[in-house]
Write a protein that binds this ligand. Structure first.
Ligand code: SAM
Ligand code: SF4
Length: 481
């Protein structure tokens, strides 16, 4: 973050700018204090807990155990990371390689082939897959022919189950209606467009210029062609964003009526992401304005009929995610919220993370290291972790809170043979602060997340994160001595 968040002077601006009654209850002080408190829990333990001692051998062992276990036939999720982008967006915090050399796409597909071969050997041929996601970077950096080659390889290696959710992240500047037709033909049925902001000045400041008209045209095409769900990514807190400029972008987004919206708060970490050093800190909205932008966006989406899924995600009431939330069927994996059952995940490509039973494994982050391992027919795994029994109990608690908004003590007791009230005595005590803030209610049978709490659910989940709490305790201790 560019500066320490400061409290807005009053909440009346929020009530005014919110426009709809729906979010007048979202107290800016809470947004300020808890808006991004805690990890996003796409996994537990979180990826920053992975250790280098978990390498190819441990990963192979996990696969051998899977092959002998009862879950060996359970459907899998497959994630493919395509790291290339044609041009650099200055805000970007993704794992990407910016290049104009299109031939790198085919070279990368050779590497993916080699990795897929290892998986086929480990899982057996044609393992069942119910979810596929191509992310990046920019998967549509690949040509139509290359995407066709990748899809064909994935179909040959895995059994794409009927009703498979196949999604792809798209930079709108890289596709046309014809390319969308091609993607649909390959079996993709869900797409996500990176928009971030429609304002021309903001777009110039972040070096990502794309017109509203071009995105609007693609949205019409996507609908017309019958994609099951279209998502738009937005970022609030970008340079030169003002409440007035962002209100215009929000109105344009709502007008396009995407099925889903992901609203991210801009993570400015120029020490870590070199490209962000090109953003002038003076252009970044101050903390109080950032909070307004965030609250305005939430208000605009709720007023337009979107349902809040959790954290940064919104969906139209008839979208599968919104239906799953209402029916308590939401799950969470590295792709975020999903309607897919909680199963194993195959991560293909640089930096991709896999989950096999209670283990996680992450591939090398650089192309060189990834290619070196595959040249030797070795798993390109560089880090990972085997969950302990305690990790599994906490994972169940965290996912129940993040996905169902309810941690049911009897369900946890039955699944893990513990008495949750005793096991989590300290955590339930620590929830008193969140209870006083109106984010949760704790009673004899369960912890329940309130509608307000869904906006801050990561801060509630974080209470159950033993690793994070140990770090925080150490920090407090080192401040005292
Ligand atoms: C891999 S990109 C999306 C696909 C494609 N490359 C594109 O840009 O259209 C994933 C998303 O991460 C979000 N993102 C990237 N950097 C971010 C940052 N520093 N803070 C918050 N969100 C960020 C953006 O919304 C972006 O659309
Ligand atoms: S936002 Fe998307 S297109 Fe831009 S650099 Fe990041 S991954 Fe590439």
């Amino acid at each position: 973050m560019n500066s320490e968040p400061s409290r807005p002077s009053s909440s009346t601006a929020f009530a005014r700018s919110a426009g709809g009654a729906a979010v007048q209850f979202l107290p800016p002080a809470l947004l300020d204090r808890l808006g991004s408190a805690g990890p996003r829990y796409t996994s537990y333990p979180t990826a920053d807990r992975f250790v280098e001692a978990h390498g190819p051998q441990q990963h192979q062992q996990a696969l051998t155990q899977r092959a002998q276990g009862p879950g060996r036939a359970a459907p899998l999720s497959v994630y493919v990371h395509v790291p290339f982008c044609e041009s650099l967006c200055y805000y970007c915090a993704c794992n990407k390689i910016v290049t104009k050399h299109k031939e790198r796409g085919a070279e990368y597909l050779d590497l993916l082939d080699a990795e897929i071969e290892l998986w086929v050997r480990g899982l057996g041929p044609r393992a069942a897959v119910s979810q596929l996601h191509l992310g990046g970077g920019t998967p549509t950096f690949l040509s139509d022919a290359e995407l066709g080659r990748l899809a064909a390889r994935l179909r040959e290696a895995f059994d794409w189950l009927p009703g498979i959710e196949a999604s792809i992240e798209i930079d709108p500047r890289t596709v046309t209606r014809d390319r969308l037709v091609h993607l649909l033909g390959l079996g993709f049925n869900r797409i996500s467009f990176g928009v971030q902001d429609f304002d021309a000045k903001v777009q110039q400041a972040v070096h990502r210029v794309q017109t509203f008209e071009s995105v609007a045209g693609l949205m019409v095409d996507a609908r017309d062609l019958g994609f099951a769900s279209v998502n738009l990514d937005l970022i609030c807190g970008l340079p030169l964003q003002t409440p007035a400029s962002f209100a215009h972008t929000l109105a344009q987004v709502v007008q396009l009526r995407p099925d889903r919206i992901a609203l991210y708060a801009y993570a400015h970490l120029p020490q870590r992401f070199k490209a962000q050093r090109r953003i002038h800190s003076a252009d970044l909205p101050p903390a109080d304005v950032r909070l307004h932008l965030h609250a305005d966006a939430i208000a605009a989406f709720l007023a337009a009929g979107y349902e809040h899924i959790g954290m940064d995600h919104f969906a139209l009431p008839d979208d599968a995610l919104a239906q799953a939330k209402r029916q308590g069927r939401l799950h969470r994996n590295f792709q975020g919220y999903t309607v897919q059952p909680d199963g194993d995940l195959i991560g293909l490509g640089v930096s991709a993370i896999s989950r096999v039973g209670p283990t996680f494994a992450q591939n090398a982050k650089t192309l060189e290291e990834y290619a070196d391992a595959l040249a030797q027919r070795q798993w390109p795994v560089v880090r990972g972790i085997v969950s302990t029994r305690d990790d599994l109990v906490r994972r169940a608690a965290i996912m129940a809170l993040m996905c169902q908004g309810r941690l049911d003590f009897s369900a946890l007791a039955a699944a893990h043979l513990i008495d949750p009230r005793t096991y989590f005595a300290a955590e339930l005590g620590a929830l008193a602060t969140q209870e006083a803030d109106g984010l949760v209610t704790v009673h004899d049978q369960a912890v329940e997340v309130t509608p307000l709490g869904w906006f801050f659910v990561r801060s509630i989940a974080a209470v159950f994160d033993r690793h994070l709490q140990a770090d925080r305790a150490r920090e407090r201790y080192s401040k005292i001595i």
